[in-house]
Ligand binder design. Structure first.
Ligand code: AKG
Ligand code: FE2
Length: 282
């Protein structure tokens, strides 16, 4: 196995390895490369659904996604991304085509911590469709000192789709309008001990304890800092790529811009942090 690091701050790319038959030392190296690199790419895999789920479970417990209509019918833990970009009337279904567009972390609307999301490339368009990742460790480290102090102890509320409840159409009616999840804006990573900025421009609704205008202004200020980080990795997909990112310390964004007549399909899992990991940090 070979692991390349395009930038010491973000990204790790593993090649010459088969995730179905990993030695203990290769597994430990992959997990470490993920924690250190925030985004881990493993190229060139040929997996069945069961094999993809088994490899994903090595990272942690899998939780079926709140969006039920894109779950695989026989494997609730598997979401299939990118099916149905064209509606029966020929129009583009933007909720499918644009899904994952705009800087965000996954599942901040869940009170349980989503440690990672893993995608597996099934069908990749000839052009466009890259995914961008940004380090929120770096965003935190580059905040002005006064702002770092101001954020101490502040918590933010998150709901699916944020203030505009964007993407609500993907949810079944009983899953819309759930109460917000609350997370600290400065979060200490349970496994690396590093501090990151966790304010999710997409799903955030308000900063607790502040008036509406002050909350909006702070969200705007933090968003500017988060998206300005230069510690970014742009993934250009190939069929057979597995990409896992650490939702505790990264933003990501699907960039779209691929031909609508071409397919862009990924298998996706949501990987949760278990209670023991959470306690180890406390
Ligand atoms: O399709 C992509 O590039 C990213 C999708 C996304 O945001 C996700 O799966 O959480
Ligand atoms: Fe996402």
């Amino acid at each position: 196995m070979k692991i390349d690091k395009p930038d010491p701050r973000i990204g790790a790319i593993a090649t010459d390895v088969d995730v179905r038959s990993l030695s203990d030392s290769d597994w430990n190296a992959l997990y470490r490369a993920w924690l250190d690199g925030i985004v881990l790419v493993v190229r060139g895999q040929t997996l069945t659904i069961e094999e993809f789920l088994a490899y994903s479970r090595r990272f942690g417990r899998l939780k079926p996604h709140r969006v039920k209509k894109t779950r695989h019918p026989e494997h609730a833990e598997l979401t299939v991304m990118g099916i149905g970009t064209r509606k029966p009337d020929g129009k583009i279904d933007k909720t499918i085509y644009d899904r994952g567009g705009g800087w965000h972390t996954d599942s901040p609307w869940d009170q349980d911590i989503c440690k990672g999301t893993q995608l597996y490339g099934i069908a990749i368009p000839s052009t466009g469709g890259d995914t961008l990742f940004a380090s929120m460790y770096d965003a935190y480290e580059n905040l002005p000192e006064g702002l770092k102090q101001r954020l101490q102890g502040l918590k933010a509320e998150h709901v699916y789709g944020g203030r505009g409840r964007r993407g609500n159409d993907l949810l079944d009616p009983e899953d819309r309008n759930r109460p917000p999840a609350v997370h600290p804006i400065l979060r200490t990573h349970e496994e690396t001990g590093r501090i990151s900025l966790y304010a999710n421009p997409y799903h955030i609704t308000r900063v607790q304890g502040l008036g509406d205008a002050e909350s909006e202004a702070l969200i705007a200020e933090l968003t500017d800092h988060m998206v300005a980080t230069t510690a970014q990795y742009r993934h250009k997909w190939q069929v057979g790529d597995i990409v896992i990112w650490d939702n505790r310390c990264a933003l990501h964004s699907a960039t779209g811009g691929y031909p609508i007549e071409e397919q862009r399909i990924h298998w996706r899992v949501t990987i949760m942090q278990d209670a023991a990991e959470q306690q180890r940090a406390a």
